[in-house]
Design a binder for this molecule. Structure first.
Ligand SMILES: Cc1ncc(COP(=O)(O)O)c(C=O)c1O
Length: 440
């Protein structure tokens, strides 16, 4: 039966009715929507979030992976509060930007230069534009189904479905937004993830037109399956041999190693896009990489190949919050959190086994994702949910939410450093009961 929110007495329902009058869908961000209405946050403390109805939940979403130390970290609050008194944004440079740039470049020897922007979308867009400016070529290649934010080119094929994704030998460039120019679609080459033979054969057909190949090493929407080391090496070799840049989107995966997931693969991409957690809870993006490539943005050059600016880029609030957050996320913290990630994945697997559910868990580092499929999917097409699987996942997600657990809406989780095995044990116990509620 349809829930009538005009009769719903909750404070969240009342807010949502106001919200619907002034925002499309009642929000600025589709990921906050829930049926029959979103729940509104009151406060976050450590790994808990309390909504305005007074219900407290363990937060495994961490604002879609962006809060590596959970909510209201005391050191970040203190430093940001000091900076608030001095000013939040200036049309002057600040030392805070240099300090953060120095810290980030010290984490990875491939980060010869860095620039900050305001979101992951902007970081990816800037990487793609820098690659075009550097190579003088227009096309980009990306993995089928991978999410890289909202830029026209970066979002191609992100929501492909069986009805429009075409032959596996040559995935179709499917637009996300209506009205995406055909020229943008023609400039995006889509390749299957982790399939060396098919990917290289497609890339070969566009070798002289491609500016870059972009990859997320643990792509969430593709199934949160790690890229295979052989696939990544093959892309690195192919790009180098063909004068094409390799871009790693580490907006999520930078958490996996001290210098980003690329360290685990022992590769140096030409450019890396970052965002989310490096902002310490504030809007952020960054691109870093090889000096000659980054220098396409150098405004002091005789000919500036890619003029690049942003009103709030490198604002001192984000710079300070980001630096303190990343300094706290040192080598030891990364290792500890990844161990907790391993614990979570193994305990969830055990719960799946014990409850005899046709489900599985994927992930890596401090992330995990539950699929309503008996075997871990190998790529976007295999991870794509049937209507029955998505209905079962919804039962599980609703059960978790109603029993004090907040997840990312794909049933993925991102751990924070304030979590312990205790929170994982609670999650697993609730998940086990949730699995038993699902009808097959
Ligand atoms: C891998 C990846 N790249 C880019 C983005 C875009 O980042 P933002 O939402 O900050 O624009 C996201 C966001 O979820 C992401 O997961």
């Amino acid at each position: 039966m349809q829930h009538d929110i005009s009769k719903d007495q909750s404070s969240s329902a009342a807010l949502y009715q106001r919200a619907l009058k002034v925002m499309p869908g009642g929000c600025s961000r589709n990921t906050v929507l829930r049926k029959p209405h979103p729940l509104y946050a009151d406060r976050g403390e450590g790994c808990y979030v309390t909504d305005i109805e007074g219900v407290r939940r363990i937060d495994f979403s961490n604002n879609m992976t962006s809060l590596i130390h959970g909510h209201s970290n005391a050191e970040v609050i203190s430093a940001v509060t000091d900076q608030l008194q001095k000013g939040t944004a200036f049309a002057l440079a600040t030392e805070t930007e240099i300090q953060f740039a120095e810290h980030m470049c010290s984490r990875n020897s491939g980060f010869e230069k860095i620039r900050f922007v305001n979101s992951g979308t902007e970081a990816v867009m800037s990487c793609l534009k820098a690659a075009r400016a550097y190579t003088g070529r227009a096309k980009i290649a990306k993995m089928e189904g991978a999410y890289h934010g909202l830029y026209d080119y970066a979002e191609v094929s992100q929501t492909s479905k069986p009805a429009n994704w075409g032959d596996e030998q040559k995935p179709v460039s499917v637009p996300v937004a209506f009205g995406t120019p055909a020229s943008a679609l023609n400039d995006v080459v889509v390749v299957p993830f982790n399939d060396i033979e098919r990917a290289l054969s497609i890339l070969d057909q566009h070798a002289e037109e491609l500016a870059c190949v972009m990859i997320d090493l643990l792509p969430h929407r593709v199934g949160l399956i790690p890229a295979s080391p052989e696939f990544v090496q093959a892309l690195r070799q192919w790009t180098r041999a063909n004068g094409v840049l390799l871009i790693c989107d580490e907006v999520i995966t930078f958490r996996s190693s001290y210098g980003g997931a690329q360290e685990e693969y022992n590769i140096k991409p030409d450019l890396t896009a970052m965002g989310k957690m490096i902002g310490g809870g504030f809007p952020v993006g960054a691109l870093a990489g090889r000096r000659e490539v980054m220098d396409v943005m150098d405004p002091l050059a005789d000919k500036v190949l890619f003029p690049h600016s942003g009103t709030f880029s490198a604002n001192p609030i984000t710079m300070i919050a980001g630096r303190i957050t990343m300094e706290l996320f040192d080598e030891a913290a990364v290792i500890k959190l990844n161990l907790l990630g391993e614990y979570a994945r193994s305990q969830i697997s055990e719960a799946i086994r014990k409850s005899n559910s046709p489900a599985c868990v994927t992930g890596g580092g401090s992330m995990f994702r539950v699929h309503m499929k008996p075997e871990p999917p190998i790529n976007y097409r295999a991870a794509f949910q049937t209507p029955e699987e998505s209905a079962r996942l919804k039962v599980l997600l609703d059960y978790l939410f109603d029993h004090g657990i907040m997840m990312i809406n794909t049933c993925s989780g991102a751990l924070s450093t304030v979590m312990t095995e205790q929170e994982i044990d609670i999650l697993v116990e609730v998940m086990m009961s949730g699995f038993r509620k699902i009808e097959y």
